[in-house]
Design a protein around this ligand. Structure first.
Ligand code: ARG
Length: 303
């Protein structure tokens, strides 16, 4: 290769690299590397990802805005980071990928800490303890987990509820129970049962209570014991800068009474037992839907 050819090649390569990295442009993805936010240190915006069919943690309010407990928490996080909050409402099942690709900076979506998710994201300290419940039509004869045998159970895609329903494919007497109907939106999950296309749905307790209340008289929650789950805020793996800010906010609001006020506002019946209980979390709570590797290989589980 002669000198001119090499020079030309270098020039072409430089141009290609420049085009790829959007030199001189303001392509936000190009600035995604590093920093606490996906848009780089220069950005004044922190992008939170959620899925807003999960009241009262996140829902669409009368002004068509995403509102709820998690949005209040997220605003505090943005304040602490000195940034403006932007909320992205997307499929729950897509949140982890959106974090990994830098499309969003953090997830506040009543997301349960599971061993599986821990492999892909970093979680904050937990901020809420919940559990799954079974919801059936008000006049349903279904009263237990085993009664779901051969019935259709609606769930939200990508959730621990979905995992759990798949897990109780087999009842205690070993019969198959594989009738999961998955939907992206919890309103559709509930509609499926209200319209009689599914026999039950499995959902986190507080959103289930909210949805049952919205559909007065049509649905009831079964009194079935499931293990506890802890909700935490998720960031892209390795984003300790943002994670520290989030943990700081959670610690601060628990110490200064703000957290208790939020619990009283959003979960009046939990406030009576005290926020202490609402957030009484052990590090590795029994998280349904996330059997440790090798566990429950025979599909049965002690009640
Ligand atoms: N806690 C459950 C999970 O993490 C369900 C969360 C659903 N959240 C939502 N915003 N739709 O799998």
């Amino acid at each position: 290769m002669n000198k001119t050819k090499i020079l030309a090649l270098v020039l072409v390569l430089a141009l290609a690299v420049c085009a790829f990295a959007a030199c001189g442009g303001n392509d936000q993805n190009a600035a995604n590397q590093g920093g606490a936010t996906s848009k780089g240190a220069a950005s004044d915006t922190l992008i939170m990802g959620t899925e807003a069919s999960f009241p009262p943690f996140e829902y669409i309010d009368d002004n068509a805005q995403v509102a709820g407990f998690d949005i209040e928490l997220s605003n505090m996080i943005a304040d602490a980071a000195g940034k403006k909050l932007q909320v992205e409402n997307m499929d729950f099942g897509g949140l982890v990928a959106a974090l990994q690709s830098g499309k969003i900076d953090f997830v506040a979506a009543g997301m349960t800490v599971t061993d599986e998710k821990k492999k892909n994201v970093d979680f904050s300290e937990p901020y809420f303890t919940s559990r799954q419940v079974i919801v059936v039509p008000a006049d349903s004869a279904i009263a237990s987990k085993d009664d779901l045998l051969g019935k259709i159970v609606a769930v939200q895609e990508g959730t621990t509820g979905e995992e759990m329903v798949r897990e109780f494919k087999e009842t205690d007497n070993g019969e198959p129970m594989d009738n999961t109907a998955s939907f992206k939106n919890n309103a559709d999950v509930a509609m499926e049962v209200i319209n009689g296309r599914a026999d039950a749905f499995v959902l986190d307790e507080e959103p289930a209570k909210a949805i049952v209340a919205q559909n007065e008289g049509k649905l009831k929650i079964l009194d079935v014991e499931f293990g506890n789950e802890n909700y935490a805020v998720a960031v892209k793996k390795g984003n300790t800068e943002l994670l520290n800010i989030i943990n700081g906010v959670i610690a601060d609001i628990k110490a200064n009474g703000t957290y208790d006020e939020m619990i009283a506002e959003y979960f009046p019946d939990r406030a009576e037992v005290g926020a202490e209980d609402a957030a009484d979390v052990t590090d590795e709570a029994d998280v349904p839907g996330t059997p440790a590797d090798g566990e429950a290989a025979d599909g049965t589980e002690a009640e």
